[in-house]
Design a protein around this ligand. Structure first.
Ligand code: IPE
Ligand code: IPE
Ligand code: MG
Length: 257
């Protein structure tokens, strides 16, 4: 049973600067969840979509500025045709059914990833949801669909190279900020916390550039059973982490001689 602690009670012990603004998630373990229950893998995806609804609403309630969810990787196309069909069906259903809830929660939808392998009807629903939520001023829900971190970097290199060719952009003018501005995530902050369910200790080609200094938090729980208490535990753990970004915290510095 999720706890009854209110949002204010939850945040009361966590100082402002220790609160994650942007949480990224690798929603893994749908297949294993279903198979352990002697059900087809797609049942796990179906249940996983429920978790997406619950966690998105909880993030909005907690005032998390951005939630980025890994829905389909560029490598997931290696999966059986039927599973992919089902995932596309689920995604379309989600996009259509969730518009009202997204608007009710003042959530703006963004989608990152390559569009090329997504069917035009699905792309149309993606665009429609982005458009219908574009005026919302609350949190951002960013779905990574047909997303690959390496593909994203390749696309950024291509668009910057095009500017060198067409606009005479100086090669020396290319810096980290410019690269960030040519990624799919241009304009978004980098994730502070990355949560992965189902126990794997890897990032599976997710947000390779953006996760440079994110705090990683992995749970053994499968995505369909991940709940609001797990999310709150992850945020509490995050608040205890010492982020150094390569430097030292004030209390770690030795007195200068
Ligand atoms: C994550 O669950 C969802 C997607 C990758 C689309 P999986 O389908 O990878 O589940 P496991 O890892 O096989 O259990
Ligand atoms: C990562 O999970 C992709 C998504 C959750 C969409 P995978 O199940 O594809 O990752 P690997 O294959 O175990 O690394
Ligand atoms: Mg998996």
């Amino acid at each position: 049973m999720p706890s009854t602690e209110t949002e204010n009670e939850f945040w009361s012990g966590i100082p402002e600067e220790k609160r994650p603004r942007h949480i990224a998630m690798i929603m893994d373990g749908n297949g294993r969840w279903a198979q352990e229950r002697s059900q087809p893998r797609v049942k796990g995806h179906q249940q996983g979509a429920e978790t997406v609804r619950v966690i998105t609403e909880e993030c909005a309630r907690l005032g998390i500025e951005q939630l980025t969810l890994y829905c389909l990787s560029s490598e997931n196309w290696k999966r059986p045709e039927l599973e992919l069909e089902f995932l596309m069906h689920l995604l379309t259903e989600y996009l259509v059914n969730e518009r009202e809830t997204l608007n009710k929660n003042n959530i703006r939808l963004q989608i990152i990833g390559r569009r090329d392998r997504i069917r035009p009807e699905v792309q149309a629903e993606m665009d429609r949801s982005i458009e219908l939520t574009s005026q919302n001023t609350g949190p951002t829900l960013c779905l990574a669909i047909n997303y690959g971190g390496r593909a994203e970097i390749v696309d950024a290199i291509r668009s910057i190279s095009q500017r060198v060719k067409d606009e005479g952009l100086e090669v020396d003018a290319i810096d980290e900020q410019m690269v960030s501005e040519h990624l799919y995530t241009a304009g978004m902050s980098d994730p502070d916390l990355m949560i992965r369910t189902a126990g794997e200790m890897r990032i599976s080609n997710y947000l390779l550039w953006q996760l440079s200094y994110a705090e990683l938090w992995v749970t053994q729980k499968y995505w369909p059973e991940f709940d609001t208490d797990d999310l709150r535990t992850a945020i509490r753990d995050y608040a205890k982490r010492k982020r150094r970004f390569g430097g030292l915290n004030r209390n770690e510095q030795e007195p200068s001689c």
